[in-house]
Design a protein around this ligand. Structure first.
Ligand code: 8YV
Length: 335
């Protein structure tokens, strides 16, 4: 009888999912709320047949070279910019992600950030807790309306579309979007959204939300130039990836009074935060939790686990990113 395949899970995960994986695999996992060192990660990964990764576990050529027995990386994330997909495909390593299951939860959170920053929710709460509230004032912590305003969505995949529906149907917003490809007219009308050039979107939106995947080409796609093109007083919300925004230019745009505020769930060097962000008032900063409800994170975890189980049992996957690997390599021996 073949030994069970070895799976390494470098970050805490649902005990019930780990138990499920343990019935199929020899599992090594880290349940500490402390990121393992890169040396430890490499040492464990090099002994593994499969990894259950998160969006911040880098799978690049040097890791692949150090891990010749690795056959699959199941990302517990829809985004996969942590994967060097070309090198993984060349090395015959299957990559999978967790699309769909997090769409609505993530769109809810994008909306929560939009509401929170345009209505100065966090700042108001601090004001009250700091006992600064003296009396009713006509302009006390006055914000910007969300209903009826123009929302510009950059990136119009599943999550962007879910945000657009909330905005157009629930908040009567005028929704503009920019995406590499224009959606089919039927989908556009379902979302109540209109495709425009990026420059037009930046110049006309009261609130701009980033919902596009990160790629090196999109690095700092929102920099000083783009921020200057935004409407005075506009808000910027990022639920995609930190590297899309030049954070120093963003703080400059707020400090100059040009931007009304911003809300970020993702950061360029996360979990390390640019200290200039932390001193700003009209901002909302959250620790990459847009998909974090127990129900949704459990679905993500189970989908990643299902990809591992299906791969080792039947040489297939539910949500493969490089399915050509399945066609070109031999079935794993551990069936
Ligand atoms: C993940 C995300 O929680 O799915 C994504 O791409 O950004 C989040 O939902 C995060 O990447 C950890 O894997």
């Amino acid at each position: 009888m073949n030994a069970k395949p070895k799976i390494y899970i470098p970050r805490p995960n649902f005990p019930q999912v780990i138990e499920r994986l343990q019935t199929h695999f020899d599992v090594t996992h880290n349940q500490e709320d402390q990121r393992v060192t890169q040396e430890h990660f490499l040492a464990q990964a090099s002994k593994a047949d499969g990894l259950l990764t998160t969006g911040s576990d880098l799978i690049d050529l040097s890791l692949l070279n150090a891990c010749p027995r690795l056959k699959i990386c199941a990302n517990m994330a829809v985004g996969f910019n942590n994967f060097d997909l070309t090198s993984m495909t060349q090395a015959g390593v299957l990559a999978t992600n967790t699309p769909d299951v997090l769409t609505q939860t993530t769109a809810d959170f994008g909306f929560a950030l939009l509401m929170a920053c345009s209505r100065r929710l966090v700042e108001s709460e601090h004001y009250l807790r700091d006992q600064q509230w003296k009396q009713w004032r006509f302009d006390l912590l006055a914000g910007q309306d969300v209903h009826g305003a123009t929302l510009g969505i950059i990136g119009m995949g599943r999550i962007g579309q879910a945000v657009a529906k909330r905005a157009s149907k629930g908040f009567d917003m005028n929704v503009l979007y920019h995406n590499r490809s224009q959606l089919a007219p039927s989908v556009e009308s379902e979302c109540g959204a209109t495709w425009v050039e990026l420059a037009y979107l930046l110049a006309h939106a009261d609130h701009v939300m980033l919902v596009l995947p990160y790629s090196p080409e999109a690095h700092h796609m929102i920099g000083a130039r783009e921020l200057a093109m935004m409407k005075p007083g506009a808000h910027l919300i990022n639920i995609a990836r930190g590297g899309l925004i030049d954070e120093n230019a963003l703080v400059n745009a707020l400090e100059s009074g040009h931007l009304g505020g911003f809300a970020l769930d993702v950061f360029e060097g996360e979990p390390t935060i640019n200290p200039r962000l932390l001193t700003q008032k009209r901002v909302v900063l959250t620790p990459h939790i847009a998909s974090s409800t127990i129900a949704t994170r459990l679905k993500m975890s189970n989908l990643a686990a299902d990809n591992l189980i299906e791969f080792f049992a039947h040489h297939r996957a539910l949500t493969p990113l490089n399915p050509q690997v399945l066609a070109s390599v031999k079935a794993p021996k551990h069936v």
